[in-house]
Design a protein around this ligand. Structure first.
Ligand SMILES: [Fe+2]
Ligand SMILES: [Fe+2]
Length: 302
């Protein structure tokens, strides 16, 4: 594996975001269609991030390197805060009349089945795969300011914060996988096989939720909206177009997430602080009202 010559230690930032609930379907400057694409992605985060935390926690006792132990604690803390904030976000979507609970239930059934029926190494490998997808999406969001032009600053701050921290911890689950599963051909096939599987399930699931949200929002026939979404995803500076080579890199033997060095993006935390203020430095537990059937993953202090 091509481990990087530099170390990035993730930092837990307990931000709270002032989301204007009335804008949930049209907070993005490109309009309702593209807003709802990002809303569809948000639907997957709380359940997905609980799964990520659990699959890494399964190996907690097996991690020996002190730095990796600290990275894992920070990874769990960051994902727990992301999950908490996206529950609030998804709550706004539910209050606007969309069946978020039903969407999340389908995601939960799928992930619970993986947890119950597959080995822990497979679960961790799924997490590593989905972390690569989120990391490259995060890079795309942060590298294409056009995608957030004319948008509500509270929502932009939340998406940029999440993208920044996904960048910061993009190698943590990967490094755990390397340590506990090891290298070699079987590890390569597990890593790339689960990546193929994760993509085959994740993108159609996102598309299904997205289309259902658009249908309920009466935007399916809004051609101008589709054009704006196409431009933001696949146009000249489209997010997905930009990240396609990074997506493919996952299949390289010897791949490491920091092969793509985008550390410069981490400086942009200052932009988020300018909107929402400095994060609380001390962890606050159970400060958010319960809004989901499952309890929130607890921020990790070990
Ligand atoms: Fe996250
Ligand atoms: Fe993550």
């Amino acid at each position: 594996m091509n481990a990087p010559a530099f170390a990035i230690e993730p930092v837990r930032r307990n931000f709270k975001f002032p989301l204007k609930k009335s804008k949930i379907t049209h907070w993005n400057g490109a309009g309702r269609n593209f807003t709802n694409f990002l809303n569809a992605l948000s639907v997957f985060f709380p359940e997905g991030e609980r799964f990520f935390i659990d699959s890494v926690r399964n190996y907690r006792e097996d991690i020996v390197a002190p730095q990796l132990k600290r990275d894992v604690s920070a990874f769990i803390g960051q994902e727990a805060f992301h999950s908490r904030e996206h529950v609030e976000y998804n709550n706004a979507l539910a209050e606007a009349g969309f069946p978020v609970e039903a969407y999340e239930k389908i995601v939960a059934i799928l992930l619970d089945n993986i947890k119950e029926r597959t080995p822990k190494a497979f679960q961790l490998s799924i997490t590593v795969a989905l972390e690569h997808i989120t990391a490259i999406l995060a890079n795309g969001v942060l590298e294409t300011p056009e995608a957030m032009e004319g948008s509500d600053e509270g929502y932009v701050a939340l998406w940029h914060w999440h993208a920044l921290e996904e960048t910061e911890h993009k190698a943590v689950a990967f490094d755990v996988f390397n340590q506990v599963v090891g290298g070699g051909l079987s590890s390569y096939f597990l890593r790339t096989g689960t990546f193929t599987f994760a993509n085959a399930v994740f993108w159609p699931a996102v598309a299904a939720v997205y289309l259902d949200i658009l249908r309920r929002d009466k935007q399916l026939t809004n051609l101008k909206g589709w054009r704006a979404t196409y431009d933001n995803l696949w146009g000249k500076n489209g997010v997905l177009k930009l990240i396609l080579p990074d997506w493919l890199d996952y299949y390289k033997p010897g791949f490491h997430p920091w092969d793509h060095d985008n550390r410069h993006l981490l400086k942009r935390v200052e932009e988020i602080i300018a909107v929402v203020g400095a994060p609380k430095t001390k962890a606050t537990k159970k400060t958010t009202k319960k809004v989901s059937k499952k309890s929130q993953p607890q921020e990790d202090n070990v």
